[in-house]
Design a protein around this ligand. Structure first.
Ligand code: DUT
Ligand code: MG
Length: 149
């Protein structure tokens, strides 16, 4: 069964006027592609918070993840540095995409270029229960490659 879509409110900011809102490129796309509101050039090794020209209000109990586009990553080495970026449901500032250029060439972004994708997700919160001992397991404290290659 396909879960019903949640409603996210989107407020267009003045410098984002005229830009297309985030949108699904295909019927089955998981992410809504989001476009840049600015022209920018990312030098090799550089990072920047790229403005999108909108703010959103996500319903309580959800987040929006900001994820890279694989085409930009593969062709240009351009990715979201903090992937997946987290948009909190109580954030009302401008959504920004933290892009990093891990490639060898400068990467030019034009206003209107699709730079990332937004994926809403339910958030499972937790309460922490501080204890003196934790139940033992076969793994124990092994990790970071302890099971081999
Ligand atoms: O890719 C991102 C990541 C975050 N944000 C905004 C929305 C998010 O709700 C807020 C805070 O993000 P996060 O919690 O990841 O950053 P922080 O360094 O912990 O900042 P803060 O102390 O404001 O929570 O910044 C974006 O616009 N784009
Ligand atoms: Mg935070």
């Amino acid at each position: 069964m396909i879960p019903a879509p949640i409603t996210i409110l989107l407020k267009r900011l003045p410098h984002g006027a005229g830009l297309p809102p985030p949108a699904y490129a295909t019927e089955g796309a998981a992410g809504m592609d989001v476009v840049s509101a600015v022209d920018a050039v990312l030098a090799p090794g550089a990072r920047a918070a790229i403005e999108t020209g909108f703010a959103i209000a996500i319903p309580p109990g959800y987040e929006v993840q900001v994820r890279p586009r694989s085409g930009l990553a593969l062709k240009h080495g351009v990715t979201c540095l903090n992937t997946p970026g987290t948009i909190d449901s109580d954030y009302r500032g401008e959504v920004k995409v933290i892009l990093a250029n891990l490639g060898q060439e400068p990467f030019a972004i034009a206003r209107g270029d699709r730079i990332a994708q937004l994926v809403p997700a339910p958030v499972q919160r937790a309460v922490l229960d501080e204890v003196d001992t934790l139940e033992d397991t076969a793994r124990g404290s092994g990790g970071f490659g302890s099971t081999g290659r």
